[in-house]
Design a binder for this molecule. Structure first.
Ligand SMILES: Cc1cc2nc3c(=O)[nH]c(=O)nc-3n(C[C@H](O)[C@H](O)[C@H](O)COP(=O)(O)OP(=O)(O)OC[C@H]3O[C@@H](n4cnc5c(N)ncnc54)[C@H](O)[C@@H]3O)c2cc1C
Length: 308
C-alpha cells in the first residue's frame, strides 16, 4: 500500500513549497501533478516580483522549487487525481488507475484559464484560439493575432507577443487596462517603438470565424459599431477560475468555486488543507501561493502529531 503523511494535489508554487516545508518537518510527501510542474508559474514568461530574483523565467523558478522538493525526498506522481475518499489519517486518493493513501491532504490545484463563451470559441480551440501566449505564441510568428483582455495577464501577453506577432489587436471590455502600472509603462514603451499593437477598449468579441481554422474575429464596441479583423490566432486572457471540479461535492466552496478555509488553511474535512489560487483570498500571486504552502504544511504536521 502506497501511503504518505502528506499528499499534495497540484505541483504549482503552493504545492511545491508545501512539500519543502513538510519534508523538512520529517514527513513523507507525494506531490501529484496532472499537467506541468510549476502550474501557472511555468506559463509565465518572466517573473519580476518574486523576492530574491530581479527577473526569472517562470519555468526556471518552478524547476528550482521542484528540484529542492525532490532533493529533500518528495515523490512526484504524474497523473490526474480523479476522486478522493476523505477519512482523517486514512484518505484514499485515486490517481488515474492508482490508489494512494494519505494521513493528510493539501489541495493546491490552482486555477485555469476562463473561457469567453462566445460563438465559435469551442470550435477553434487549438485551431487558432489559445489561452497561453508563452506556450503557443511562437506558432504565430509574423502573423496577425487578437488578444482578449485588459488585466495583468493580458498586458503581459501583449508585451510577450509584440516580439513575435506581426500585429496584435487588443479587445478589452473595460474603458482602460486594469493591470499594474509597471506593466502599462512597459507596454507604452513598446508601443512607442513598434507600431504593431492596436487597442480597442470598451469592446467585446461577438464571434470567432473560420472554416477549419480561425481566420477572423468579429467584435463590437459600446457604440454598437462592429468590426472584423482577419487573424490567424486569438489569445484569451480574461482571468482564471479555480480548478475545484474534483471536490465540488465534498469540500465547502464559495459562490465562485474557491475553497473555503479557516485561519489554519484547513477545509471542512479534518486534516485536509488548501492553499494558493484554489482558495478564497484576495491576492493570487506566486509569493502568496508559497506562503500558503508553508502554512498548510505546518498545520498538516500539527494535525498528524495530534492524531497519531
Ligand atoms: C500568464 C500568467 C502570468 C502570471 N504572472 C505572475 C507574475 O508575474 N507574478 C506572480 O506572482 N504571479 C503571476 N501569476 C499568478 C501565479 O502564477 C499564480 O498565482 C500561482 O501559480 C498560483 O500557484 P498555485 O500553486 O496555487 O496554483 P497553480 O500554479 O495553478 O498550480 C496548480 C497545479 O495543480 C494541478 N492540478 C489541478 N488539478 C489537478 C488534479 N486533479 N490532479 C493533479 N494535478 C492537478 C495543475 O495542473 C497545476 O499544475 C501569473 C499567472 C498567469 C496565468
Amino acid at each position: 500500500m502506497e501511503k504518505y503523511d502528506v499528499v499534495i494535489i497540484g505541483a504549482g508554487p503552493c504545492g511545491l513549497t508545501a512539500a519543502i516545508y513538510a519534508l523538512r518537518s520529517g514527513l513523507s510527501v507525494a506531490i501529484i501533478e496532472k499537467n506541468m510542474i510549476g502550474g501557472q508559474t511555468s506559463l509565465t514568461y518572466e517573473v519580476k516580483n518574486y523576492p530574491g530574483f530581479v527577473s526569472i523565467s517562470g519555468m526556471e523558478l518552478s524547476t528550482k522549487m521542484h528540484e529542492q522538493a525532490t532533493l529533500l525526498g518528495a515523490v512526484t506522481i504524474y497523473g490526474e487525481v480523479k476522486s478522493i475518499n476523505f477519512s482523517p489519517m486514512n484518505n484514499l486518493i485515486i490517481v488515474e488507475d492508482k490508489e494512494v493513501f494519505a494521513n493528510t491532504i493539501i489541495l493546491s490545484m490552482g486555477a485555469r484559464a476562463r473561457t469567453l463563451g462566445v460563438n465559435g470559441e469551442s470550435d477553434f480551440i487549438g485551431r487558432g484560439i489559445c489561452y497561453c501566449a508563452v506556450c503557443d505564441g511562437a506558432i504565430f510568428k509574423d502573423q496577425d493575432v487578437v488578444l482578449v483582455g485588459g488585466g495583468n495577464s493580458a498586458v503581459q501577453d501583449a508585451i510577450y507577443l509584440s516580439n513575435i506577432a506581426k500585429s496584435i489587436t487588443i479587445i478589452n471590455n473595460l474603458p482602460s487596462f486594469t493591470c499594474q502600472k509597471i506593466l502599462l509603462d512597459e507596454l507604452e514603451k513598446i508601443m512607442n517603438n513598434k507600431h504593431n499593437i492596436n487597442i480597442n477598449h470598451n469592446s467585446m468579441v461577438k464571434e470567432f470565424l473560420g472554416t477549419d481554422v480561425l481566420s477572423a474575429v468579429k467584435f463590437v464596441n459600446d457604440a454598437g459599431e462592429e468590426k472584423t479583423v482577419n487573424v490567424s490566432g486569438a489569445f484569451i486572457a480574461i482571468g482564471r477560475e479555480p480548478d475545484t471540479e474534483l471536490v465540488r461535492n465534498t469540500i465547502h466552496l464559495d459562490e465562485h468555486g474557491y475553497v473555503a478555509v479557516d485561519d489554519n488553511l484547513e477545509t471542512n474535512q479534518p486534516g485536509v488543507f488548501a492553499g494558493g489560487d484554489v482558495r478564497v483570498k484576495r491576492l493570487r500571486q506566486i509569493v502568496t501561493a508559497c506562503a500558503d504552502g508553508a502554512i498548510a504544511a505546518t498545520n498538516a504536521n500539527s494535525f498528524i502529531n495530534q492524531n497519531k
